[in-house]
Design a protein around this ligand. Structure first.
Ligand code: UDX
Length: 451
């Protein structure tokens, strides 16, 4: 049985966060799904029903859909068009050396699709670009590559649209199951209508707001959304610096007050060590690069990036001044993932902070409930990796909370007092009850708090 209405099956090129989560969700809705992924090890894991990423709810559902034979992973696209009517492109678009997004994986996926299309005998499939790409990419790069390699015509022999993804890591499956909007960009009404129908069947009886527009608008909506979220975070972090310098200043209260204005809203106003991850920094750089190419002054985006970087350095400088120098001092870093609920350390605040601490001669010990392995791949052997929070804090001169994992909010001041050599905590994510710790004798420095 297929749950996708007119769709026999779906192909997904790239089994990263977006592709794999989408695949597992579709398969859970009884849509036959084939993930094409060039990383053989990843394909092997998926076929054993094991999730290659740490994501709530994903391992259980992945195992189930693989066991049920609804989802499979392959390394080659082969003759997939004999089995599927829709193909999603969900490959990565990392920042290239000049700040532009590296579209090589999107181009390669388009070539693979074109070749498979050339060999196929079935009807016109729908190709959906879900990777985050600069405005103009879907129609100006993806479409000509597919047309050239397949010798088929867009809008007749195959259909094309762009459909950006807005899921968040840590709640990827939940977000895919309950999107708050669907944006579809295309120049052909058949493509928009068929994808709309597919989603309506999948999400039935929920009614998800859908916006159908041009490919460039859809592409821009994605970049602008992430840039705006980053802007909100940097704005509140700027306010946090002001709060630290004015008597009784508390950015938490200021953010609460700001959020009460319905035109501003309460979300994405958590001050701290700023934004990391695979999307916000990358998409901000992509938008900056794109704007520059058009001659648009995007210095606002430069400031957003600069404030984000400054939050991290401020914490290192604060550690240095609190300890009177970092050389030979033992610093515990609690949290490596760029946010809780994930093992992803890409552009994580902790990684940058650790590198700075090491450069200034500190001995660094780290803990994270999920991201130790990934951090080890990035940082190598220069730091001590601790499985337990206690081991990380034991004998430390200073601790920095860099990810707001719930277990760190449960830290007990008396444990901190007994374990640390110097009970000083820098709360980079504002999760501790500052007063309680101070009363117990722990010296604390909280971002955005006058002290
Ligand atoms: C983001 C977008 O939210 C999502 O829509 C898009 O599809 C991908 O990029 P994600 O990177 O998973 O999702 O994380 P998000 O929850 O947006 O957080 C990004 C970063 O901002 C994290 O490092 C987080 O700690 C930080 N953040 C978030 C803050 O510092 N303050 C906030 O108020 C919110």
């Amino acid at each position: 049985m297929s749950g996708g209405g007119w769709v026999r099956g779906v192909g997904i090129i790239g089994a990263g966060y977006v592709g794999l989560t989408l695949g597992v969700f579709l398969a859970s809705k009884y849509v036959r799904t084939i993930c094409v992924e060039k990383d053989e090890e990843k394909v092997g894991r998926i076929m054993k029903g094991l999730s290659p990423i740490h994501e709530q709810g994903l391992p259980e559902l992945l195992r189930q859909v693989v066991e049920d034979g609804v989802l499979e992973a392959r390394t080659e696209i082969g003759d997939m068009f004999e089995e599927v009517d829709v193909i999603f492109i969900t490959v990565g678009t990392p920042t290239g050396s000049d700040g532009s997004p590296d579209l090589s994986q999107v181009e390669e996926a388009s070539r693979q699709i074109g070749n498979a299309l050339a060999a196929s005998k079935t009807g016109a499939p729908l190709i959906v670009v879900k990777s985050t790409v600069p405005p103009g990419t879907t129609w100006g790069i993806v479409r000509p590559i597919i047309e050239k390699t397949s010798d088929r015509v867009c809008g007749k022999d195959f259909h094309l649209c762009v459909n950006p993804e807005f899921l968040r890591e840590g709640s990827a499956l939940q977000d895919t199951m309950n999107p708050d909007r669907i944006v579809i960009g295309t120049k052909h009404s058949w493509a928009a209508e068929s994808l709309k129908k597919f989603y309506e069947t999948l999400y039935n009886p929920k009614k998800i707001p859908m916006l159908i527009t041009s490919p460039t608008n859809a592409e821009l909506i994605k970049l602008a959304t992430n840039a705006y979220l980053a802007l909100k975070i940097s704005f509140i972090n700027l306010i946090s610096q002001i709060c630290e310098a004015v008597e009784d200043g508390d950015v938490g209260v200021v953010a609460e007050g700001l959020g009460l204005d319905p035109r501003i809203g309460p979300l994405f106003l958590r001050a701290g060590l700023g934004f990391g991850g695979s999307c916000l920094p990358k998409d901000l750089r992509a938008l900056k690069w794109f704007a520059a190419g058009l001659g648009v002054d995007a210095s606002l985006l430069d400031s957003v990036l600069a404030i984000n970087g400054a939050q991290r350095i401020r914490v290192v400088k604060k550690s240095e001044s609190l300890l009177g120098g970092l050389r030979g001092r033992k610093v515990a870093v609690l949290g490596l993932a760029f946010k809780p609920g994930t093992d992803d350390v890409r552009e994580a605040a902790a990684i940058e902070i650790i590198r700075e601490l090491l450069a200034r001669g500190a001995e660094v010990r780290v803990h994270d409930p999920a991201a130790l392995d990934n951090a080890m791949r990035v940082l190598g052997g220069g730091v001590t990796y601790c499985q337990r929070i206690q081991d990380c804090l034991d004998g430390a001169d200073l601790a920095i909370i860099s990810t707001e994992w719930p277990e760190y909010a449960l830290l007990d001041p008396s444990t901190v007092m007994s374990l640390m050599h110097n009970p000083i905590i820098i709360d980079g994510r504002r999760i501790l009850d500052n007063k309680r710790f101070r009363e117990a004798g722990v010296k604390t420095y909280t971002i955005g708090l006058y002290q």
